[in-house]
Design a protein. Structure first.
Length: 283
């Protein structure tokens, strides 16, 4: 039944309520980010103005200049990029091998392994913090990027394995059989045949793992004393005195850290959508 023809008033009311709900949700989600952007372009004295006066206040780039002139922030950006990239590369490498084995081969205990991987991926960070800190101390890797990279792998590898395994299961077996008939080894089949097909899933899991490592705070605060990542640097940002809270520079630094993530999502949005929906429908 076409509600638009039979009852135009009810149809108009439903559409109006729908768009009103969309506007409310969009406002709720975007308002904090918009307010953070405004704060990053305001002087410290403008923060105590009334909301309308705050919005109308003149903009300034002094907060961004102060942030980029901060050597700790520069080192934090480089260190966060280093740790996040290596964590993603290692998790994708090992996760792809594990997903290929779990998705293609039949062996006893495979379901148990999948349940263990799922259980590990939902563990809170605080639950494993004490054991990891003892391990880091025992291996003399405290304040070393290796400690941070391997601590991130505890959560990025299970997530990568779980997502990629579901994707590998839905890849047609004829592709692998054709490669094996042509004389390719299982490793060559994985790299030359399956990896190109798995690209949407690899991009999706890699980007989500990168965001997780880029924004991580607890491990970086615990395992690092001088080589701080960006979230820790921003959290320890201090003003000219102990009574000043530099909200303007903090918001500017947060925007600088967030913009690369938004750019990556926009660039790879097609791969992300296809990777997330892969395997959702059979046939």
């Amino acid at each position: 039944m076409n509600l638009r023809r039979t009852n135009p008033a009810l149809y108009f009311l439903q559409r109006s309520l729908f768009y009103l709900l969309v506007i409310v949700i969009a406002f709720y989600l975007l308002f904090p980010f918009v307010w953070a952007v405004l704060t990053s372009f305001r002087r410290s004295g403008d923060l105590f103005l009334q909301p309308l006066d705050f919005v109308r206040a003149p903009s300034t780039l002094s907060n961004y200049a102060q942030v980029f002139a901060n050597s700790s922030f520069q080192r934090g950006l480089a260190f966060s990029l280093l740790v996040a990239v290596f964590s993603v590369l290692v998790s994708l490498l090992f996760g792809s091998f594990a997903a290929y084995a779990l998705g293609r081969f039949k062996f006893r205990g495979k379901s148990l392994i999948m349940y263990i991987i799922l259980a590990v991926s939902v563990f809170p960070q605080i639950a494993v913090l004490g054991g990891l800190f003892t391990l880091v101390r025992a291996t003399n890797t405290y304040n070393n990027p290796i400690a941070l990279i391997f601590s991130y792998l505890i959560f990025t590898i299970p997530f990568t394995v779980w997502v990629l395994t579901s994707f590998v299961r839905d890849i047609p077996g004829e592709l692998e059989e054709a490669a094996l008939v042509d004389g390719a080894s299982p490793l060559q089949t994985l790299f030359r045949v399956l990896f190109p097909v798995m690209m949407p899933a690899l991009v999706t899991t890699g980007l989500l793992a990168f965001i997780n490592a880029w924004n991580e705070y607890l491990f970086a605060l615990t395992f690092m004393s001088s080589n701080r990542t960006v979230p820790v640097v921003i959290a320890n940002y201090s003003g000219a005195s102990q009574y000043e809270q530099p909200w303007g520079p903090i918001m500017a630094a947060s925007i600088v850290v967030t913009v690369p993530l938004i750019a990556l999502v926009l660039i790879f949005q097609r791969n992300i959508v296809s990777g997330l929906t892969a395997g959702a429908v059979k046939g």
